[in-house]
Ligand binder design. Sequence first.
Ligand code: ATP
Ligand code: MG
Length: 428
Amino acid sequence: MAKTIQAVRGMNDILPDQTAAWQHLEAVLRDVAQAYGYREIRLPIIEKTELFKRSIGEVTDIVEKEMYTFDDRNGESLTLRPEGTAGCVRACMEHGMLHNQVQRLWYTGPMFRHERPQQGRYRQFYQVGVEAFGMEGPDIDAELIFMTARMWRSLGLNDLTLQINSLGTTAARAGYKTALVEYLRGCFGELDADSQRRIDSNPMRILDSKNPAMAAVINGAPVLPDYLDDESRVHFGALCAFLDDAGIVYEVNPRLVRGLDYYSRTVFEWVTGKLGAQGTVCAGGRFDGLVEYLGGRATPAIGFALGLERLIALLQANAVELPAHTPHVYLVLGGTQGVRRGMVFAGELRAMLTGLRLETNCGNGSFKSQFKRADRSGAAIALVIGDDEAAQGQVTLKPLRSEGDQQVLAQQDIASHLGERLGLQLNR
Ligand code: ATP
Ligand code: MG
């Protein structure tokens, strides 16, 4: 027999037992984003390779070794998106959404990076991203952070900590970079190969290294806040004041960086200690230079992205109670007339009770085997329609998970009876 084909390494199936948690998470994140006036944008999963090379930068882990890039049948180089910001900025520019206006946008979907798969790190993973264009902040910076804090509260998560930093302007960072490169040259022998290569092209990325052997070098490096320009200092102070007003606790981490030239000022991350090495669930920052860098008019911008797998893992680690999607009701059917009446009756009940999850027995079977299926479905209640019930306009109701006798009800009364029992709204 041929070997069965398995999923691509690092790409997960999200099975029906898990999707209730995913849908809950997605609904909460969507509702919070929309409560802040952000509108959804849906973007292609594939973009021209050039877009990512230019926007993320050639000398980054993502572009150097993580992208899924291929030539299509016309020989054009395309890439499965490794993140959402590039495509979002591309779409906004292409559709004239940035000139003389502000945009508050969110998106969700799979991202693809060829990384070493491990807990919390996959090759296809899902993000929710939020981007705001046309506002210089610091109020909008604060708004985005408030929004993330609201998301954690709505999810029942209270063990995430906020780290923030300011990268200053490109000009101010130039002075810092000189000092950093000088320092790094002084300990060249201790740098790993990636870092040695980046010392000229992208020295700040070295501070972002995940290699534990680099920790000592990184800890001894000069820090950015010592080189901040006055305006960025004021901007950062105002952001901190907004956070204080809202009672949001934060830690200023002078080593938090994004190593690209178009990043500026505010950067932030939400981190947990509960997920091991993959503890960052959300990362964001201001990228005032990107739109211009991609050929548009200079446009201030800030955004963040959060990793849904890591949030799901955190919800599980905290044993946060999540809604189940098991049916409320399993409909057991017997006899030709019972089956015919039942098939129609099931539709009537669903139409009358908003939110009712009713599974109809299909494929016949003895009452005994149907009750076994009812039990396995997780339903709380079985309804039975056999030929007798069909003839008399009745239904037999049997609780499956609680005490209580079975009872016979008129079919016309069952919707209001179930509505009360299950707390569902009756439509008339
Ligand atoms: P990391 O430092 O963990 O590699 P990153 O800086 O590459 O993260 P971003 O590009 O800022 O991550 O993406 C934002 C968020 O998306 C991360 O904080 C994380 O929650 C999630 N994420 C990033 N890469 C992966 C991945 N390979 N698998 C699962 N989630 C991921
Ligand atoms: Mg990464």
